[in-house]
Structures are given as structure tokens and as C-alpha cells.
Design a protein around this ligand. Structure first.
Ligand code: SF4
Length: 460
């Protein structure tokens, strides 16, 4: 009973957060920056922030995550971090030679009020930024938003700093993939390739955070979207922004800056959200859906139909990132499951409405909460009041799962105690099959574990 102090009596809280269902803005900014080729993320703050952000990403991806820091000490905390950052920019280009330094701020530098635009301009005017190299920034104070907001801010910064229009539209469709795994980004490209659609996708962490083991250490792995690709996104015929929280700000910025029309879709998690993504590609690029994609879909429907008796009316609690929770909840309803409790710590608009649009007809009793008090403690209280058959979320859910003896499927960020998430996609029809398989296995493992001897079945 690790969470033995959680009571079932829910009291409204206005200030206190207990075990937040989110993490820190700069982690998202760092993750987005790693999706740019030859880019070194830089944390403008103290060493402790940078260590935390790097270690969280490293533990989730099981890959070394490189990032620099302004290494604030007492002096910088009082007088500002300009001198530290100017020295850092010189040192980073001299020692590591990246194409891009992507600076994100932290709580401390935001509270001081360091002006990133001014410092970057000063670095350029003092010749600290070599010809052809770039320094960009995103403001990511962690006392607002979450890691998803940080990802969105850095993706928007890529548009603001790099996207241009030459005046000639090309046949490409931009994909802003949102916060998904490297494996998901690879799968999105594969789906587009099978559809015959030329896509320009950024950021792209495939081959960065799931790079093959070659025996050689590469400080900058081969993956990531290049600056030239991001620049050319201003000439694309349209943009598909996946996930309103992580991708819409960048899509709207590109629309405003380069007049590339944007369509915002849910992340393609599950059957119906993948249908909308495939349809979006088909519509935007004017292509037909080829047989291999239809076959993938058919296999998913077959799996759901074959195993429907295990899914039927199962009550599920979910927590995590809003862009992932909305299509995931919809997918559960598609399989006749009942997502009854949903919380996300990422603040913002339209989440509760979106969830209700997607699931309330089938699950009118659904309880949804968003923001600072939508935490793991509240979720646990709800579960104590009326139990669930399954919990889905990141590794922090294992405490609730253990205390309440609930089957648990790890999904989202961070996953610190299992592998596979960075190698096997959750998006698309194949990703949905994997999700359905994990859910089924969680139910069946429990049944096998707890069945009486006379009811212990070989065939299920
Ligand atoms: S919450 Fe603020 S102080 Fe804490 S690690 Fe994140 S950026 Fe640093």
C-alpha cells in the first residue's frame, strides 16, 4: 500500500497539486529540438533543471540525450543570465559545432526576465554565431503549461525562425506530428509513403532517439528534420497538424507567416482517428487509399471483432497528455469499453468538450478533469470510490495499479520501467492493433493469475 493515505473522500482543492499528471515545459522543448538534425538543445537556467530534463528523456528513450546548460549560479540568479548564455553560445559552436542551438528558458530565467531575443541578437552582433549556423529560442516557464506546451512552443519557434515562402507552392503536405514516439514518427512517414504522398515532417525524432546501435558514438545521430526542410515547409500546399495541444500553435503560425492552410486533427491513435488521418492525407494530396492501408484497417477490425467479449463494457481510467487521451478514449469506445475517468495535468481549452464529444454518448457517466488539480491523487480517489477494470497511463500509474490490483497498460510519457515504446508505434492501424493486444494481454494475464484451478483455461 504505497499510496495508503489516499482516501475516497474527494475534497475540492484550489491550490494544491498531489502527484501531477504532467511534467515540466522544458522537457517538451528539449524533445522537440532533438527532432531537428544537428541541433543541440540548450537549457537557459541552472544545471539541476537541465539534468532533470535530460535524465527524464534518457530514462524514457534509453538513449543518451545531449543538451547544454547556462549553468546559473547565485550571480546569474541575481543579475541575469546574459553573460552565461553568451559564453555558452561561443563554447557550444567551438566544441560541438551544431547547425542549430535551440534555447529554452526555465522557471528561473523567466522569473528574472532574461530577454532571449536581445541576447541572441547580441551574440550575433558580437560574431559568436558562425556563418550558416542558427540560434533559436522558445519561452518555456514551467509554472505554466506542461511538457506538451513546451513541445508546442519549440515547434512554433521552428516555424517562426525558419519557415519561408519562395512564392511557389510545391506538392508537399506538411505533417506536424505532435508529441509521439520516434517509432510513431517513422510510422507516419511510412503511411504517407504507402499513400504516395510527399510529406515534410518536423520535428522528427526517429533515428535520433531510436538510432540503431552501430558501435560508433555519434554526438548528433543521423535523424532529425533539416533546417532546409523546415524552411521549405512555407512552400507546402497544406499542413496536417496532429494534436491540437502540441501542433496547432505551429500550424497557425505557419498559416499566418506563409499562408499554408492548416487542418488540425487528433493524433491518429485508434481506428477512427487513423481513418481521419488517412482521409486527411487522401484529401490534401488528392490520392486514393491503396490496398495495403485498407488491409491494415481490416486486420484491426478483425482483431477487435474476434476479441470483443474481452473488451465489452470494461471500465477504464486514463491519465496523461490531452492529445493522446482524446483519440485513446475514442478508441476504447470503438471497442465497446467504457473510459470512465480521464485526467490530464496539461492546462488548456477544449479538452473536456472534445472528450465529451467523442465518448459521452456511449459513456454518459464519464468524469473528465484538466489542469493543476487534475492529478494522480484525484484519479486514485475516483478509482477508490468506484473501481475500474483497467488503468492506462505512464509509469507513475504503477503505484495506483499495485495498490488497487488493477491491470495496467503503460502508455504515454514518461515510461521509465519498460521498453518497446520507442521502437513499436502506437499510431496508425498497426499501432492500434498493438494497443489492443496490450489491453487484451493485461486482462488475460489477470484472468490466468486469479482463476481458480477448475476454471484455469488453456484456450482463451
Ligand atoms: S519546474 Fe522549473 S525549476 Fe523545476 S526543473 Fe522544470 S524548469 Fe527547472
Amino acid at each position: 500500500m504505497l499510496l495508503r493515505h489516499t482516501s475516497a473522500d474527494v475534497m475540492e482543492r484550489s491550490a494544491l497539486t498531489i502527484n501531477p499528471a504532467k511534467t515540466c515545459q522544458p522537457i517538451g522543448a528539449m524533445y522537440a529540438a532533438l527532432g531537428v538534425h544537428n541541433c543541440l538543445p540548450h537549457s537557459h537556467g541552472s544545471q539541476g533543471c537541465c539534468s532533470y530534463h535530460r535524465s527524464t528523456l534518457t530514462r524514457h528513450y534509453k538513449e543518451p540525450v545531449m543538451a547544454a546548460t547556462s549553468s546559473f549560479t547565485e550571480g546569474a540568479a541575481v543579475f541575469g543570465g546574459q553573460a552565461n548564455l553568451l559564453a555558452a553560445i561561443s563554447n557550444i559552436f567551438a566544441l560541438y559545432n551544431p547547425d542549430v542551438i535551440a534555447i529554452h528558458t526555465t522557471c528561473l530565467s523567466e522569473t528574472i526576465g532574461d530577454d532571449m531575443v536581445q541576447v541572441i541578437a547580441k551574440a550575433k552582433s558580437e560574431g559568436k554565431v558562425p556563418e550558416g549556423k542558427h540560434v533559436i529560442h522558445a519561452n518555456t516557464p514551467s509554472y505554466v503549461g506542461s511538457h506538451v506546451t513546451g513541445f508546442a512552443n519549440m515547434t512554433k519557434a521552428l516555424v517562426k525562425y525558419f519557415a519561408e515562402t519562395s512564392g511557389h507552392r510545391n506538392r508537399q503536405v506538411n505533417i506536424l506530428p505532435g508529441w509521439v514516439e520516434p517509432s510513431d514518427m517513422r510510422e507516419l512517414r511510412r503511411l504517407a509513403r504507402v499513400m504516395g504522398v510527399h510529406v515534410n515532417m518536423y520535428p522528427d525524432t526517429s533515428d535520433v532517439l531510436d538510432a540503431p546501435h552501430t558501435g560508433e558514438h555519434e554526438f548528433f545521430p543521423r535523424g532529425g528534420s533539416t533546417v532546409a526542410e523546415i524552411r521549405h515547409s512555407g512552400d507546402a500546399m497544406s499542413t496536417l497538424a496532429l494534436g491540437p495541444f502540441a501542433s496547432e500553435p505551429a500550424a497557425r503560425a505557419l498559416e499566418e507567416k506563409c499562408e499554408v492552410p492548416a487542418e488540425v486533427l487528433d493524433l491518429p491513435i485508434g481506428l477512427l482517428a487513423t481513418d481521419r488521418f488517412i482521409d486527411g492525407l487522401r484529401h490534401r494530396a488528392g490520392v486514393r487509399v491503396p490496398a495495403p492501408i485498407t488491409d491494415d484497417r481490416g486486420r484491426l477490425v478483425d482483431l477487435i471483432s474476434d476479441m470483443h467479449q474481452y473488451f465489452y463494457r470494461k471500465r477504464v481510467a486514463l491519465f496523461g497528455d490531452p492529445d493522446q487521451l482524446a483519440p485513446l478514449a475514442e478508441f476504447l469506445v470503438t471497442m465497446d469499453m467504457r473510459p470512465v475517468y480521464i485526467v490530464t495535468g496539461t492546462p488548456g481549452k477544449r479538452f473536456e468538450t472534445r472528450i465529451r464529444d467523442l465518448v459521452a454518448d456511449a459513456v454518459p457517466e464519464v468524469q473528465v478533469r484538466q489542469g493543476a488539480q487534475a492529478d494522480m491523487f484525484l484519479l486514485h480517489q475516483w478509482i477508490k470510490r468506484e473501481g475500474v477494470d483497467l488503468l492506462i497511463g505512464n509509469s507513475y500509474g504503477k503505484y495506483i495499479a499495485r495498490d488497487e490490483n488493477i491491470p495496467f497498460v503503460r502508455f504515454g510519457f514518461p515510461i521509465l520501467d519498460r521498453v518497446g515504446h520507442s521502437y513499436f508505434p502506437n499510431v496508425g492501424y498497426a499501432g492500434a492493433m498493438r494497443l489492443a493486444e496490450k489491453i487484451l494481454n493485461a486482462f488475460m494475464d489477470r484472468q490466468d493469475r486469479e482463476a481458480k484451478e477448475e476454471a484455469f483455461e488453456l484456450t482463451m
